[in-house]
Design a protein around this ligand. Structure first.
Ligand code: G3I
Length: 319
């Protein structure tokens, strides 16, 4: 038994996890990660990002990301590329530079093309655009939007399509788990891209959730994305406690919440797979960003499976 086996039995493509390869000398961690019964897909949590892959202008470095790509190749796991264009974890030369619109358009195109091209044939899906919206549905005024307005989005998608015609091209975001202003804005963007024949294949619903706060419209919202002609995936799932340690009731609620999320994906045929944003509390990003919060993963920091693990299995077995 295992999470990926459960996903496959439910006719999903994969159950996967994010990872960083500097965690792999932890043999307990690595043995669980390797196991294809648990994980049939991997997303690099950091090393494909712009700061890591184009640290100097026009100089591309793929050594760290290749370690993860080689691992997925050897183990027969699917690879999700993360990501081409994001306002965060950018190299200094890009953050501190001043660029005209034509210059930045060239920089975005070159980055996306070279990154996607390097992994051509090895990636199931790419998060081409990551976190382009504010929570109120307006576009995030990051370096890309400020110089290029929304034109950077088609530029990045065209470059990615040209580089690897077989990779599914996604737009990925958080706080789009339920219906609301941000989801509506992304739906409008998908419609606009589709009506202009810009390549777009999927929506990545990150799903960094809080225990007890899974939006009741999760499934309906996914269906509304799918109706626009894209697939969806849950790309960065974790369900955290805002205060620690959790109560027994909280732990039971977390199990239920994992089950609810997975059951929603299960009910939507075009929800192709689920990725957790690492599988153990030992390496979760949450305490580093939200001090005092956490315990969000299906395995605890000692690699003991929590009730949340069974919640995922139950979700995949729901009809
Ligand atoms: O590599 C440096 C290291 O040299 C330095 O000593 C250390 C000191 O802080 O920092 C290390 O960099 C950290 C980096 O992860 C690599 O471990 C950064 O501080 C830290 O901020 C960074 O966090 C990452 C975060 O994105 C950045 O926003 C997380 O690992 C990563 O899991 C997280 O992933 C994001 C997705 O890409 C997009 N969606 C949200 C998700 C969670 O924030």
């Amino acid at each position: 038994s295992g999470l990926n086996l459960a996903a496959k039995s439910a006719k999903k493509l994969y159950f996967g996890t994010a990872t960083n390869s500097d965690q792999w000398n932890d043999t307990t961690y690595f043995n669980i990660l390797k196991n294809n019964a648990e994980f049939g897909q991997v997303t690099p949590a950091n090393v494909m990002k712009w700061f890591a892959t184009e640290p100097e202008e026009g100089v591309f470095t793929f050594q760290d990301a290749d370690i993860i790509a080689d691992f997925t190749e050897k183990t027969g796991k699917l690879l999700r590329g993360h990501n081409c264009v994001w306002y965060n974890q950018l190299p200094d030369w890009l953050v501190n530079g001043t660029f005209t619109a034509p210059e930045l358009a060239f920089i975005v195109t070159r980055h996306c093309f070279n990154l996607v091209n390097h992994y051509k044939g090895h990636v199931y899906s790419w998060d081409v655009i990551n976190e382009a919206f504010n929570d109120d549905g307006t576009f995030r005024s990051d370096i890309f939007y400020n110089v290029l307005n929304t034109s950077y989005i088609p530029l990045a998608l065209y470059a990615a399509r040209a580089a690897d015609p077989n990779a599914k091209l996604y737009i990925n975001d958080f706080n789009i788990e339920g219906t609301g202003a941000k989801s509506t804005a992304l739906k409008n963007l998908i419609k606009w891209l589709k009506s202009n024949d810009v390549p777009i294949d999927g929506v990545g619903i990150q799903s960094h959730l809080i225990v007890g706060e899974v939006p009741s419209t999760f499934q309906q919202n996914m269906e509304e994305f799918v109706e626009l002609g894209v697939e969806v995936a849950i790309t960065e799932l974790d369900i955290r406690f805002e205060s620690l340690p959790p109560t027994a009731a909280g732990i039971a609620q977390q199990k239920k919440d994992y089950e609810t999320v997975i059951a929603a994906c299960n009910a939507v045929e075009k929800c192709v797979g689920v990725t957790v944003w690492d599988f153990t509390d030992k390496y979760s990003w949450i305490p580093g960003t939200f001090p005092g919060q956490g315990d969000a993963c299906p395995w605890d920091e000692n690699f003991v499976k929590k009730p949340a693990y069974q919640g995922i299995i139950d979700g995949f077995q729901s009809r």
